[in-house]
Write a protein that binds this ligand. Sequence first.
Ligand code: 15L
Length: 261
Amino acid sequence: MRVLVTGSQGAIGRVVVPGLAGHGHEVVGMDIVQGADHRVDCTDPEAVDALVEQVRPDGIVHLAGVPTESSLPVALTSHVISTAALLEAMVAHGVPRIVYASSNHAVGQTPRTDLVGVDTRPRPDTFYGVGKVAAEALLSRYADRHGVDAVALRIGSFLERPEQRRNLSTWLSHGDTVRMVNAALTAPAPGFAVLYGISNNTRAWWDLEAGRALGYEPQDDAEDFAEEITAAPESDTDRADAAHVGGSFATAEYERSAFGD
Ligand code: 15L
């Protein structure tokens, strides 16, 4: 497939671009910063339309966006406007599929009890999470109205290796990231689908079933790092981060006003 990757110069993009090329895809990168194949702001609908018309991809992997909490206007522009710009361009130029980097923070305020499935209600912990929920809603709307295949990946903690206790449940390894994006790009006719983007973690907080149904078979497990990570006694921060699936984003530390900084 020819695949257009937004945010190609970001942390996930730098892993996904070579990873998809390794799966035999022709990858075209776009980013707002220098170094990408195309320097384009994906919140600019006209620029996005022109690029999609030029590249004519078979699929888009949308990774671009402010990856943490911000004000509501910033979150809406970064996650919702950019996604709408891409979806509009897809409809205009017949691009059949989008794979979207959503986040666990779309459901981050869910109390940590049982395994969380994709059928749980949207429960964002931040304006960042609100942006991800709204972007997922856009994917659903364009899937229903225009028949695009749209797969939202609710990514956990994308890291080279787990760094703290929460990551024993939330880790997504680099290798599994590429496997997951490739599965979401190539699964036959997924329509609108949501899956959780984590590795095959023994202590997983999210159900991997929806991803497996699309052919995502994670191969790494954060448990390999458990001994090292649990060697230090559990701190108050660890305990607070384990109360809700969104971790620190669901705590007072991330309290903001909608229009503040
Ligand atoms: C995310 O979605 C964020 O982009 C990242 O900064 C981490 O907070 C991650 O989730 C996580 O939950 O660990």
